[in-house]
Design a protein around this ligand. Structure first.
Ligand code: ZN
Length: 203
């Protein structure tokens, strides 16, 4: 399986990192080796001095498809979840400046935290999901999928032009503003609405 991550999908997050608001979706991949299953501790890797959390709403692909139209996109995912796109921000800034690919900063082991998934019928409106991240009990990120520049159907359609979506693939739909650093000993808890989706420690 593959993980497709959307970059700069919330205007306020794009501007906090001084990036342009994109005209079309920006995406990159994480390999299956980057998965950290829910509630396992995250160990800060030794090749970075600045790991950032990015809380994101996830969608799990439930049907094989390519060149999917926006209209038919809802047939291709069946579950929604919450996760963290851990990013070695120091490496990413350096790679960006040099015009190099981001994999070292984004695709390392345990960089894709998968929380709980719930079926779509537990969510009233996919384009109005409020979600949040607490660090050590304090609210650090808060978002709503209505603020995504490209909604899930547009993301499914766009990414499937370039690569076949397969059953089990996961889309990380982008992070809202408020990204920041994690330190050893931090506890991260993610919520969709009031529902706890993950709760783990940084070591
Ligand atoms: Zn992200």
């Amino acid at each position: 399986m593959k993980i497709i991550c959307i970059g700069r999908n919330y205007a306020k997050h794009a501007s906090e990192l001084k990036n342009e608001v994109p005209q079309e979706p920006v995406f990159f991949l994480k390999p299956d080796s980057s998965i950290l299953q829910k509630n396992k501790p995250f160990y800060i890797p030794d090749f970075t001095n600045e790991v950032h959390y990015e809380v994101e709403v996830l969608f799990r692909i439930s049907r094989l498809g390519k060149n999917i139209s926006t209209k038919f996109a809802p047939r291709y995912y069946s579950e929604v979840g919450l996760g963290v796109d851990f990013t070695a921000r120091d490496l990413q800034q350096e790679l960006k400046q040099r015009g190099l690919p981001w994999e070292k900063a984004k695709a390392f082991d345990a960089s894709a935290v998968l929380g709980k998934f719930i079926s779509l019928d537990q969510v009233e409106d996919l384009n109005n999901i409020s979600f949040s991240l607490k660090k050590n009990g304090e609210l650090v990120q808060e978002g709503n999928t209505k603020d995504m520049l490209f909604n899930i159907d547009e993301l499914v359609s766009y990414t499937s032009k370039y690569m076949t979506l397969k059953i089990g693939d996961i889309i990380f739909s982008g992070t809202p503003e408020g990204v920041g650093e994690v330190m050893i000993g931090d506890r991260l808890q993610g919520y969709i609405g009031e529902q706890l989706m993950f709760d783990f420690m940084v070591k």
